[in-house]
Ligand binder design. Structure first.
Ligand code: HH2
Length: 253
């Protein structure tokens, strides 16, 4: 799943594809590099990000979805029902839902649904970082949401532990180490760790420097997680660096 952020403020590629033409061109690049799905988003969900109104979010994504949907499977990365509806009308066939709250909307629209785990919302999610057993808590939450969506009639449901969404580096590593627990639920699993902050932290430590490795320079860490994820039985890896990730899937998948 290739990432296409049509936003001014995404943590890694904010502002690069806000212009529709630039976004469409990048989408075609992701397809050429082997993405099976292009995940189009019009709102950053990085920690502390300000929410975007649904009208503005839809304005950003609809022309991009409409153009790419003729060439590849498109998912819409949104927390808003109106935006999901507009994207599906433009050709998207998966709602990638970081709030895990749009299962009924996906059922109503007859499209696939990704339920991702997050604590609170992007503005507050790094404030309350206490879990007992993070793997079990996140798994139980996702299984409950997935079962409910399937009962509501969603034919394709994926679960995603939500790396970096209301989690410390330690939580992220525990969730990655426990990916088999998610796979064992029987629900297909998605993981999105690409270029995330915890990789910047870990690679800075390995370089022996105090500043975070910048997002553009987190490819090796991202590819390492993709390798681990595929070997753990994960079906979809959400990635900015599609070419390297597809190579990983070919080599170890
Ligand atoms: N992560 C981000 C956004 N959407 N969707 C799923 N299913 N899983 C994820 O881990 C995930 C996601 C955050 O990354 P990005 O889109 O690159 O940044 P931003 O939210 O700043 O636009």
């Amino acid at each position: 799943m290739g990432v296409l952020n049509v936003t001014p403020d995404s943590f890694s590629d904010g502002g690069r594809f806000l212009d529709h033409e630039a976004a469409i061109e990048h989408g075609h690049r992701l397809i050429d590099e082997g993405a099976a799905i292009v995940d189009v988003g019009g709102e950053s969900t990085r920690p502390g990000a300000d929410p975007v109104g649904p009208d503005e979010e839809a304005r950003r994504i609809v022309p991009v979805v409409a153009e790419l949907a003729g060439n590849v499977r498109v998912s819409i990365d949104t927390r808003h029902a109106e935006v999901a509806r507009a994207a599906v009308a433009a050709g998207a066939t998966i709602v990638n839902d970081v709030s895990a709250s749009l299962g009924d909307v996906a059922a109503d629209l007859g499209v696939g649904w990704v339920a991702m785990h997050m604590r609170g919302d992007p503005r507050t999610m790094q404030d309350r970082l206490v879990y007992g057993n993070v793997v079990a808590e996140v798994r139980d939450f996702l299984v409950e949401r997935a079962e409910r969506a399937a009962e509501a009639g969603v034919a394709e449901v994926w679960i995603d532990p939500g790396i970096g969404f209301g989690k410390t580096t330690r939580h992220n590593l525990k969730l990655l180490a426990g990916l088999d627990v998610f796979v064992d639920t029987g629900w297909p699993v998605i993981v999105g760790a690409s270029r995330k902050r915890f990789l910047g932290e870990l690679t800075a430590a390995s370089d022996g420097v105090d500043v975070l490795t910048p997002p553009d320079d987190r490819r090796e860490g991202s590819v390492a997680v993709a390798t681990w994820a595929f070997r753990s039985g994960v079906r979809i890896v959400r990635a900015h660096d599609v070419r390297s990730t597809v190579q990983v899937a070919q080599v170890v998948g």
